[in-house]
Design a protein around this ligand. Structure first.
Ligand code: NAP
Length: 238
């Protein structure tokens, strides 16, 4: 029977590319979106036209109620890709309590809420995979992104702990730590910034959403990797 994947934040960027990669590989895909309804609808239409099995659902992932409704509507989830996230560049001494709370809520609490909902059904079935998108900044920290780095480091700790706890129930939990990827999240970077980043990357280029999607598909199909953090940064962080 076809495996089902729920990709959070699939309206744009890495989530969009991942949803498309899973759908084209024959998975049934739930395209989750938050505010980019038109983008999600366009992706759904594109993939349906190719004969893929996809549908879309909206939810604010910082709300326990909305996550509960999302999973009730999604049905069976064999693979959860916790991808939705936000970033913000702000000096630490200018960071407000609201900035901190929002960052932790969208980037870490959502991972808890969605994983809890998915794990309940995965443990019952004795199988399932949870894939979390962290960041290389969760590994090494980024100046002026303390809350983002803390949230993404939290995702790594979350992944390792949950992998230990759910392994005996047949559920694998892994993490991907992307480097600089060409998405809306990095639109604020100038061409000069991008040139410097490219230069500092051993593989000599900025990553694409498809680079990350390929890694997600690989981890979704693996049977003996759990608690791992896969660094997809072209060697920027080693
Ligand atoms: P993006 O293009 O800005 O897309 C972010 C996605 O997250 C959108 O689909 C958005 O949905 C969703 N989202 C944001 N806030 C949400 C909320 N409150 N509830 C539900 N969904 C929400 O970003 P991206 O670059 O693809 O990033 C995807 C993930 O990769 C993030 O976790 C990010 O931290 C991580 N990452 C990115 C990079 C990079 O260089 N781009 C590097 C390392 C890690 P709507 O548009 O529908 O609101």
């Amino acid at each position: 029977m076809k495996k089902s994947v729920l990709v959070t934040g699939a309206s744009r960027g890495i989530g969009r590319a991942s949803a498309a990669a899973f759908a084209r590989a024959g998975y049934r895909v739930c395209i989750h979106y938050h505010s980019s309804g038109a983008e999600a609808e366009a992706l759904e239409a594109e993939l349906l036209a190719e004969g893929c099995d996809v549908f879309r659902l909206q939810a604010e992932l910082t709300s326990a109620e909305e996550v509960k409704n999302l999973f009730a509507a999604a049905g069976k989830v064999d693979i959860l890709l916790n991808n939705a996230g936000i970033s913000q560049e702000i000096p630490f001494l200018e960071m407000s309590e609201e900035d901190w709370d929002r960052m932790l809520a969208v980037n870490l609490k959502s991972v808890f809420l969605c994983s809890r909902a998915a794990a309940a059904q995965m443990v019952r079935r004795g199988e399932g995979k949870i894939l979390n998108i962290s960041s290389m900044w969760g590994l090494v920290g980024a100046s002026c992104e303390v809350h983002y780095s803390a949230a993404k480091a939290g995702v790594i700790g979350f992944t390792k702990a949950l992998a230990k706890e759910l392994g005996p129930s047949g559920v694998q939990v892994n993490c991907i730590a992307p480097g600089v990827i060409d998405t809306d999240m990095n639109r604020w970077l100038s061409p000069e910034d991008l040139a410097v980043l490219r230069e500092q990357t051993p593989l000599g280029r900025i990553g694409t959403p498809e680079d990350v999607a390929r890694a997600a598909l690989y981890l979704a199909e693996d049977r003996f990797i759990t608690g791992e953090v896969l660094n997809i940064s072209g060697g920027f962080v080693i």
